[in-house]
Design a protein around this ligand. Structure first.
Ligand SMILES: [Zn+2]
Length: 499
């Protein structure tokens, strides 16, 4: 997400101390149980062990494939959604969880047989007819029915993970970090991402789009059903569902990347000149620095509702950002560069835990700034100096870059977001570049996105990789930046001061 301003309200939450370790992984999870424990049927845990979002994701199984089938009502105000997760038990399970909030559950089956279920908060607890043995593959299918959130929810765009929303004649999703399970049942954590098939059935009078490649279209009476395949793993938080009167424009992109843009039909001619001028150039700029693009397809879903979100292979952007005037007035081309860089940082390399968000956002802000400098905008060092000066006040409020205090943010899904992940993360990357030099820094970055491509990695992984590539232990240096509320002196800039 490209958040330029922050106004997180301080909420006096009573939270237990964050048991953050350098790996960010809780010490004893069901996955780490002994052989005996692994084979004794037990319930899977309600979360994956994320200190900022304890309920997100689920333990006891891995996800190998996710399918989401959506069917909208004729008037687009409600839908039914069937999620089919193909998982593998990492311990013997007599019960396991999925994440689900709101919606009405219609049916739950495991391996095609009716399962019993209960709900508690954001958890759907599923008891299969017989325990799933450790190591066994299984499929769970959950069908729900729900209203699409209306215009009142659209007012929260940019401040909350609202799931699916409908206003101004279109439907879009804003899931990050925890909105997907408001749409349907998921293992809603990026560390449980999987290749995903999305099928959308909607009245033929509107168009539909989703992440990945369109692989099938069929008519069913007054409906059109389209199937989209994401061969690369896709986290539920990065799912995009577009429904509305838009036209899909296709273009050949650099390096064989297939470009497609879903644009309001009446605005195609207004928006395409800016898109054609910026997207291929930004893609080339980033692939030259970082190596092969992680996807075969990239594009934008331009919505009159607005929003900026790096939904995988299909960035969500407000139409007003892409008009000639909007592009000039807002510097939206840097937003485009920010969101495209997320395809490497955050989408292809997913955060292991939400406290690793600086690896998504710090990188996106860093490459957005580099792009801006390359096209004659602000000087990279000037921008980093300003961020460095602001750092003391911000980190005092919100906690260190890689260990934000949950209580510092609003309770509405926003725990990991803040200055630290965005601006702080970019400053840390700049400090690393200053420490190791530009050539080594580039090698670290290219190795990071290559070695963790289509994977999940966290702060400790980054420190290890940077140290290995640089040929020296960068642990003490990076930890002194990532886990401090007052940043150390900036290498190469002894005159820089924090406020
Ligand atoms: Zn972002």
């Amino acid at each position: 997400m490209a958040r330029h301003t922050r106004n997180a309200t301080l909420t006096p939450w009573i939270v237990t101390a964050l048991a953050t370790t350098l790996t960010g992984v809780a010490g004893c999870t069901p996955d780490a149980a002994s052989a005996h424990e692994t084979h004794t049927p037990a319930p899977g845990a309600a979360g994956i062990g994320d200190t900022l979002h304890p309920g997100l994701g689920n333990s006891g199984y891995t996800v190998r494939h996710t399918a989401l089938a959506l069917r909208f009502a004729e008037d687009l105000t409600t839908y039914t959604a069937t999620t089919t997760l193909h998982g593998r038990a990492t311990r013997s399970l007599f019960r396991f969880n999925l994440d689900l909030t709101g919606t009405t559950v219609r049916s739950v089956t495991v391996d095609g047989r009716k399962a019993t279920w209960t709900r508690s908060g954001q958890e759907l607890r599923v008891t299969p007819p017989a325990p799933v043995p450790s190591g066994r593959g299984f499929s769970v299918e959950v069908t729900v029915r729900a209203p699409v959130a209306g215009p009142e929810a659209a007012g929260k765009l940019g401040t909350a993970a609202i799931g699916m929303v409908r206003a101004k004649g279109v439907i879009q999703t804003i899931n990050q970090p925890s909105g997907a399970h408001r749409i349907a049942a998921f293992a809603d954590h990026p560390a449980q991402k999987a290749p995903t098939t999305i099928t959308i059935a909607a009245p033929t009078r509107v168009n539909t789009i989703a992440n990945g490649e369109l692989t099938a279209t069929r008519r069913e009476g007054a409906y059109t059903v389209r199937r989209f395949e994401s061969r690369q793993k896709l986290a539920p938080e990065l799912i995009q569902i577009g429904v509305g009167p838009f036209t899909v424009v296709k273009r050949p992109g650099p390096d064989g990347i297939k470009l497609r843009y879903a644009l309001p039909t009446g605005q195609v001619n207004d928006l395409m000149p800016q898109i054609d001028a910026v997207v291929p150039k930004a893609l080339r700029f980033l692939t030259q620095r970082l190596g092969p693009f992680p996807l075969r397809t990239y594009g934008i879903y331009a919505s009159p509702l607005g929003g900026e979100l790096e939904t995988q292979s299909l960035t969500l952007l407000g139409t007003e950002e892409l008009t000639e005037e909007g592009m000039r007035a807002n510097g939206s081309d840097t937003v485009v560069a920010h969101e495209i860089s997320h395809e490497y940082f955050g989408n292809s390399v997913s955060p292991r835990r939400w406290s690793d968000l600086w690896l998504n956002e710090g990188h996106a802000v860093y490459y957005q700034s580099l792009w801006d400098q390359a096209k004659g905008g602000s000087d990279l060092a000037d921008g980093m100096k300003r961020r460095y000066q602001d750092s003391a006040a911000q980190l005092r409020k919100q906690g260190p870059v890689a260990d934000p205090r949950r209580g510092a943010f609003t309770p509405e899904d926003m725990a990991p977001y803040g200055w630290g992940a965005y601006q702080g993360g970019a400053v840390v990357l700049y400090a690393l570049r200053q420490k190791v030099g530009e050539a080594t820094f580039r090698r670290i970055e290219r190795a990071w996105v290559a070695e963790h491509r289509d994977g999940t990695a966290g702060t400790a992984d980054f420190i290890r990789l940077a140290s290995r590539v640089a040929g020296r232990d960068l642990g003490p240096f990076l930890r002194s930046w990532l886990y401090a509320e007052k940043l150390p002196a900036m290498p190469g800039h002894p005159d820089w001061r924090t406020s």
